[in-house]
Design a protein around this ligand. Structure first.
Ligand code: ADE
Ligand code: ZN
Length: 353
C-alpha cells in the first residue's frame, strides 16, 4: 500500500525504496487488535453472527477518518466486538504475522488489551491462547520471534487493572516463552500515569518489562510520570517530549527508547503533515527513536509504509534509516545474544546493499 503523506513529499529513489523494504526490522509498538483489517473483521462478524453497523468493507474503511485518539478508539473497540473465539484471535494474529514478515520484520513485541474482551464476557485464557498459538506457529515454521505485552486500559480504574493482572497471573507459566511485558494504553488525556502507580509497582516486583503510552496526546509531564512513577523502560510515542528541552536532554542521556508511530500520528491528527513530523529532529537530537505501526489496519500502513513515509517526507539519509532499525533492535526486550544476531544481520545488510 502506498501512502501519500502530503502532496509535497519528495519521491524516494527506487534504490532507497528497495533498501528500506528489505531492511531487517523489529516492531515494538503494535496493538494486535489494531491489525484487524476490514475484510477479516467482516468475515469474523459473519462467522460469529455479529451485526455490524456498516453495509460493506468499503463503508467501514470510509469511516476511518479520525480527528483525534478518542475518535479512533471508539471504532477500534467497536471493531474488537467481532473477536469471540480462540480461533478468531489466532486468525487475526496470523494475518498480522504474514504482513509483518512481508515487510521483513524479524521480531515483534505485541500489545494486547484483555479488558477489551473480558468486559464482553470473553475469557482471558481465550485471548492468550489464540494470540500465542499463532506466535508459536510463526516461530516454529518461520523463525519469526515475538513477545506479548499485556496492556491495561487507562480509561478504566487501577482496580480494574489489578483484577486483570490477577486473572492473567495463573497463565504466566504457560506463556512464559512469550508474555514478558506490561503496557498502558487507551485514552491518554485525563488519565495520567500516576493513576496506575501501584499496579505498575506490583508488575515490576513480578519481573515484567514495563512500557507505557505517554506524550502522544498528553503533555510532557505524562512522560515524566511514566519514567519516574511507573519506571518504564520505553516510552510509547513520546513525540510531545519536544515541548520540554530538559526532558529531551534526559531522554537522550538515558538512551530511553521512544516507539514512534508516524502514520498513526498523521491519522490521529497529532501532526497535520508528515513533512512536519518531529521524528527526524528527535533522532538528530540523539534520542533512541524507533519506527512502528501502532494500529496498521486503521492507519493505512504496516512497517514498510511507516519507514517509507518518514524516509520520504523527512528526507532521511540512508545512515539515519539504518540507525532507526538499529535502535529498534537495541530497544527490544530480546536477550543480548539475539540482539547481537539481529544487529549482525543489519550490519551485513548495510554493508552489502
Ligand atoms: N490503543 C490502540 N492504539 C492506541 C494508541 N495509538 N494510543 C493509545 N491507545 C491505543
Ligand atoms: Zn499505541
Amino acid at each position: 500500500m502506498t501512502t501519500s503523506a502530503t502532496s509535497t513529499t519528495p519521491a524516494l529513489s527506487a534504490a532507497m525504496r528497495s533498501f528500506v523494504e528489505a531492511l531487517p526490522k523489529t516492531e515494538l509498538h503494535l496493538h494486535i487488535e489494531g491489525t484487524l483489517e476490514p475484510e477479516l473483521l467482516f468475515a469474523l462478524a459473519q462467522r460469529n453472527k455479529v451485526a455490524l453497523p456498516y453495509a460493506s468493507v468499503e463503508a467501514l474503511r470510509a469511516a476511518y477518518d479520525f480527528t483525534d485518539l478518542q475518535s479512533f478508539l471508539d471504532l477500534y473497540y467497536a471493531g474488537a466486538n467481532v473477536l469471540q473465539t480462540e480461533q478468531d484471535f489466532h486468525d487475526m494474529t496470523a494475518a498480522y504475522i504474514a504482513r509483518a514478515r512481508a515487510d521483513n520484520v524479524r521480531h515483534a513485541e505485541i500489545f494486547f488489551d484483555p479488558q477489551t474482551h473480558t468486559e464482553r464476557g470473553i475469557g482471558i485464557d481465550v485471548v492468550f491462547a489464540g494470540i500465542a498459538r499463532a506466535l508459536r506457529q510463526a516461530r516454529d515454521e518461520h523463525g519469526f520471534s515475538s513477545a506479548m505485552i499485556m496492556s491495561f486500559l487507562r480509561h478504566l480504574s487501577e482496580e480494574d487493572a489489578f483484577t486483570t493482572l490477577k486473572a492473567a497471573l495463573p497463565l504466566r507459566e504457560q506463556y512464559r516463552d512469550l508474555w514478558n511485558g506490561i503496557g498502558l494504553d487507551s485514552s491518554e488525556r485525563g488519565n495520567p500515569p500516576e493513576k496506575f502507580a501501584k499496579v505498575f509497582a506490583r508488575c515490576r516486583e513480578l519481573g515484567f518489562h514495563l512500557v507505557a503510552h505517554a506524550g502522544e496526546e498528553g503533555p510532557p509531564a505524562y512522560i515524566l510520570g511514566a519514567l519516574d512513577v511507573l519506571k518504564v523502560e520505553r516510552i510509547d510515542h513520546g513525540v510531545r517530549s519536544e515541548e520540554d528541552p530538559a526532558l529531551m536532554e534526559r531522554l537522550a542521556r538515558e538512551k530511553m527508547p521512544l516507539t514512534v508511530c508516524p502514520l498513526s500520528n498523521l491519522k490521529l491528527c497529532v501532526v497535520d503533515d508528515m513533512a512536519k513530523h518531529n521524528l527526524a529532529r528527535l533522532l538528530r537530537a540523539g534520542l533512541a527513536v524507533t519506527v512502528n505501526s501502532d494500529d496498521p489496519a486503521y492507519f493505512g500502513g504496516y512497517m514498510n509504509d511507516n519507514y517509507l513515509a518518514v524516509a520520504s517526507a523527512l528526507e532521511l539519509s540512508r545512515a539515519e534509516i539504518v540507525q532507526l532499525a538499529r535502535n529498534g533492535i537495541d530497544a527490544s526486550f530480546l536477550p543480548a545474544a539475539d540482539k547481537g544476531r539481529l544487529t549482525a544481520e543489519l550490519d551485513q545488510y548495510d554493508a552489502t546493499h
